[in-house]
Design a protein around this ligand. Sequence first.
Ligand code: CMC
Length: 406
Amino acid sequence: MPLNIDKGLAGTVAADTALSFIDGAKGVLEYAGYDIDSLARNSTFEESTWLLWNGRLPTAAELTAFTASLQACSDLDPRLIELIRGIPKTTAPMDALRTSVSALGHFDPEADDNSPEANRRKALRLVARTPALIAVFDRLRKGKPLVAPDRSLSVAGNFLWMLTGARPTAAMEKALDVCLVLHADHGLNASTFAARVTIATQSDLYSAATTAVGTLKGPLHGGANQEVMEMLLEIGDLSKVDGYIKEKLARKERIMGFGHRVYKAYDPRATYLKTFAKQVASDTGNLALYEMSRRIEEIVLAQPNLIEKGIFPNVDFYSATTYYSLGLDLDLFTCVFAASRMSGWAGHCIEQLAANKLIRPHADYTGPHGLRYAPIGERAVSATSSTIPSARQAMSVAAGSNASSM
Ligand code: CMC
């Protein structure tokens, strides 16, 4: 079989999906055929999740039943709370979430049942419980009493309630709900791919979700929203934006919240969030941060070399100011992304198992061949054998290489 090398898999189709569609050149995102803009304006996180899992919009009765099922399973097992209590308070919330999502599986008797019915029930539990896991760790690390879930609230409302212990206003609940809708699914992004790789081995949904959380954490993926906010706070004032960004660009550094592997046009999630973030920032006295973001965007979009490369704001750019305006700590931003994307991860895993094939690409072997095995007493350390990168560099000049397979 001829092998193509495609580092980063940018030109590789590795799965079929009916969950979401992206046209990166035109800046289009649809969930099961519905444009993201109309979903952000009209739908809710519960309804969008139902849409992703069922391929059509629910009836009123279906949505009511689904919402009630989510509300009914938002409680955490007390033994799991004890386990979270044991996580050092200094742990980053995304790391704590990775551990606690994994631990959810220990308290689910269906954890290893990969039937579609059991996986749908587990998907529901994962989506309902992820906000609770985040809120429990956050309150424990701050030494605050835990807040029991309120089953009368939406996922977004209950999330804010469990985090803050205060009733969210309708505007705050709506703001978080919009962010949850916008982040719920996004084709074969890195964390979704990682989840599909894990479930494709016929592992289990909790293992796949754990893989996905660990993958989302990176600053090139979900971790960018926190870095955007850190940048805004570091700049501190609108008058300092020009100097800061221009110097960063001169040093050829990346501006976080810009650029995307698939979108070479404006990220359609950012289009809606931009307007929305302005309103939320204005309502909460954070308009200055929004104005700084707008100025950063103007500067970046005025760089011909970046426009040529298709560098536009992505979803993380304006979600950062929205989360900040909601009073969320910076290190919780990526956790909110995870709470939303759990819906897409679970949907993709169920879809993967319905027509499963082990995902196992090749690697291009760049090391030596045919070496003689020397007894340990005869070995001398050579300059090229100490580290993997130096071995790779040494072999980049070696004649011939082939793809390894197991
Ligand atoms: N600022 C300045 N230049 C950039 C940026 C940026 N944010 N992003 C990419 N470039 C340049 C990059 O330097 C490279 O230039 P050259 O060809 O001269 O070396 C070119 O654009 C292509 O970059 P790449 O890294 O090869 O492209 P990619 O498709 O692998 O990267 C990306 C996509 C998202 C990792 C990248 O755009 C990036 O690092 N952005 C900043 C981090 C960020 O905001 N991530 C969130 C992504 S959206 C949410 C999500 O899906 O997780």
